[in-house]
Design a protein around this ligand. Structure first.
Ligand code: SAJ
Length: 443
């Protein structure tokens, strides 16, 4: 990597994986003045980006990508190119036994190893089980015996040893819907195989990160990422468990949480129809897999959050079956508010399950969808807009807290039977003795 002291000379950067993290990162780095070579296995993704367009939805990303591609600062291809800095942002899924699959990281490492030169810096950003950065190091060391790779003290490295390349782990922690803002604004944990590696990576992040960059070792940085999402999962599980307890006891969970959160040291999160997305429902398993005996709480939290989806489905089924003449609107398919991402979404699972069971009685409102996802085919469920839902249906099931739903005034829903899994309509009169948590009937 070129000298950070010469601020005019920016490193060339190769970003491997142009998905939800890789593409925004590539674009922001290009905006910061680095020539960026983006790599993706999909020719379609590569072609889309090279036209200055995007294949994912994210606030303000379209204009940014268009600009950097037009200025020649970002180019995509299916092959890795020699660069000063390599950023790996590929998926790390888990298998049916919840074991992490780091094969995409290792494949990226193989490709990068082939073009590495002395002075380069390799940074892994993908959420990874502890030890993955060291595995990446071992792979590069084997592929390139001509380059001196960094070794941590635990791997027999010596202080004062000067390797030819640097290898570090730096997890992203951005929130979908706010990715560009958070990529630049959030603090970062930068874990080097050695302190020197961390400092090299730090020089790179300083080019575009306004937040504080904290250096550490690679294993601590890997664990930090997993811990952040497991922490949130456990806390959401607490809220979801409370909602089921309140349901059982005939209490209004929103009232209980509202009051409890007035305590200066209590901050209960928001119950919902379950936890969706590609991170919070996945990453805790990486910790459980690495320490199965030590993680009863983390594993149980996963079970509680997955169980909440089935609790909501059962409650909806009971409500719909008890009102056989009513048409039903499921409000939302996205995995959370105000985004168009329907993957791993509890709302989508609830809606399709109801559609399969109740057919044409089920309508779906999703302002971020042009049509219903494929699995609704053959169910006779229909995508309608919020106005039609308010006119035509008698039961409203709130599955996503989109702003559009929040904004519906009481007067327009006062006559409806409402099951509000997100607590967005707390002014809706609650049915006396209602057994379903969040169930609010017209007074
Ligand atoms: N949810 C609740 N109740 C809450 C908060 C969230 O039910 O009180 C649900 C949401 O509806 C959604 C799921 O949890 O289904 C996850 O949403 P989220 O907004 O909590 O998180 P993600 O998955 O969009 O992004 C998370 C973030 N991690 C943390 O907040 C610790 C983000 O900072 C990470 O970068 C991202 O995972 C990631 O890529 O790992």
């Amino acid at each position: 990597m070129k000298s950070p002291n010469n601020s005019n000379v920016k490193p060339t950067v190769c970003v491997v994986g142009l998905g939800y993290i890789g593409l925004p990162t590539a674009a922001i780095v290009a905006r910061a003045g680095c020539k960026v070579h983006g790599v993706d296995v999909s020719q379609h993704v590569v072609d889309t980006i090279n036209r200055g367009e995007i294949h994912i939805e994210e606030v303000d990303l379209d204009g940014l990508v268009q600009g950097v591609v037009q200025r020649g600062m970002l180019k995509a291809s299916t092959a890795v190119a020699p660069s000063d800095v390599f950023v790996i942002a590929v998926p790390t899924p888990f298998d049916e036994h919840h074991a992490p699959d780091i094969s995409y990281v290792l494949a990226a490492g193989e490709a990068i190893a082939a073009v590495l030169k002395a002075g380069d810096c390799v940074i892994l950003e993908s959420t990874s089980p502890v030890g993955t950065t060291e595995a990446l190091r071992d792979l590069i060391a084997t592929a390139r015996p001509d380059l001196k790779c960094p070794r941590s003290l635990g791997q027999g490295g010596l202080t004062g040893e000067t390797p030819d390349i640097s290898i570090a782990y730096c997890p992203e922690r951005v929130l979908p819907g706010k990715i560009l803002e958070e990529l630049a604004g959030n603090d970062r944990s930068i874990g080097g195989i050695t302190p020197r590696c961390a400092r090299k990576a730090l020089t790179f992040y300083k080019l575009f990160v306004r937040g504080t960059c904290v250096v550490t070792d690679s294993r601590s940085a890997e664990m930090t990422k997993l811990v952040e999402n497991a922490y949130r999962d456990v806390n959401i599980a607490f809220a979801n468990e409370l909602s089921m307890v309140a349901d059982h006891m005939g209490l209004d969970v929103w009232e209980v949480i509202r009051l409890a959160n007035r305590h200066p040291r209590v901050n209960i999160l928001t119950p919902g129809p379950g936890v969706g997305g590609h991170c919070i429902a996945v990453d805790p398993w990486f910790i459980v897999h690495g320490a199965p005996e030590q993680t009863p709480l983390i594993r149980t939290a996963r079970g509680v959050n997955d169980g909440k989806i089935h609790h909501v489905i059962a409650s909806c089924e009971a409500l719909i079956a008890a009102n056989p003449a009513a048409k039903v609107a499921c409000l939302g398919l996205a995995f959370k508010a105000n985004i168009d991402d329907f993957r791993e979404s509890p709302a989508r699972l609830v809606a399709v399950t109801l559609a399969r069971k109740f057919g044409a009685r089920i309508k779906v409102v999703e302002p971020f969808a042009a049509q219903l996802p494929k699995e609704f085919a053959g169910t006779q469920a229909e995508l309608i807009d919020i106005d039609s839902a308010l006119e035509e249906t008698q039961i409203l099931i709130v599955l996503v807290d989109h702003d559009q739903f929040r904004a519906v005034p009481l007067a327009e829903r006062a006559s409806k039977l409402v099951y509000d899994t997100r607590g967005i309509w707390l002014d809706q009169p609650r049915a006396a003795g209602a057994e379903t948590e969040g169930l609010r009937l017209a007074g």
